[in-house]
Design a protein around this ligand. Structure first.
Ligand code: DAT
Ligand code: MG
Length: 150
């Protein structure tokens, strides 16, 4: 069975605040499988493309400014239900509404500094992965697979 993929990005505040390890460990220990990872400073036009669905929102310019303000960590994670479960690990968009124990609930205060992005559907994950990793992801065998998956 082809497993589900999600695009996860640690935003510039997460990188600057030294949260990269804390964030990766949550996905890794859950049992999801890392399929791609890079540290990258993106251009404005690229950030605009990533958030194109939000281009009419009043916060769009500020959002793009934030994403280009420093390097981000772009990742692809694989596993059963990783899109929805990834969103649960991340927590609500507005950190004030994010439960403690989630990444935004534990590490963020403002919606415009909410540390991390995660795909909101399988379809947007495909689009985002194609944008961020046009050469594809890394196919590798994890010996942990049968210890995590039935
Ligand atoms: P999410 O990142 O939880 O998928 P989204 O896709 O609706 O949320 O919005 C993308 C980002 O835009 C979000 O992480 C932070 C910013 N944003 C969303 N709503 C906002 C608002 N009301 N004011 C300011 N920034 C906002
Ligand atoms: Mg979103």
């Amino acid at each position: 069975m082809a497993s589900e993929l999600s695009f996860i990005m640690i935003k510039p505040d997460g990188v600057q605040r030294g949260l990269v390890g804390e964030i990766i460990v949550r996905f890794e220990k859950k049992g999801f499988k890392l399929k791609a990872l890079k540290l990258v400073q993106v251009e404005r036009s690229f950030a605009e493309k990533h958030y194109e669905d939000l281009s009419s929102k009043p916060f769009f310019a500020g959002l793009v400014e934030y994403i280009v303000s420093g390097p981000v960590v772009a990742m692809v994670w694989e596993g059963k239900g990783v899109v929805l479960t990834g969103r649960k690990i991340i927590g609500a968009t507005k950190p004030a509404e994010a439960n403690p124990g989630t990444i935004r609930g534990d590490y963020a205060i403002d919606v415009g500094r909410n540390v991390i992005h995660g795909s909101d559907s399988v379809e947007s994950a495909h689009k985002e992965i194609a944008l961020w990793f046009p050469d594809g992801v890394v196919e590798w065998h994890s010996s942990l697979h049968p210890w995590i998956n039935e």
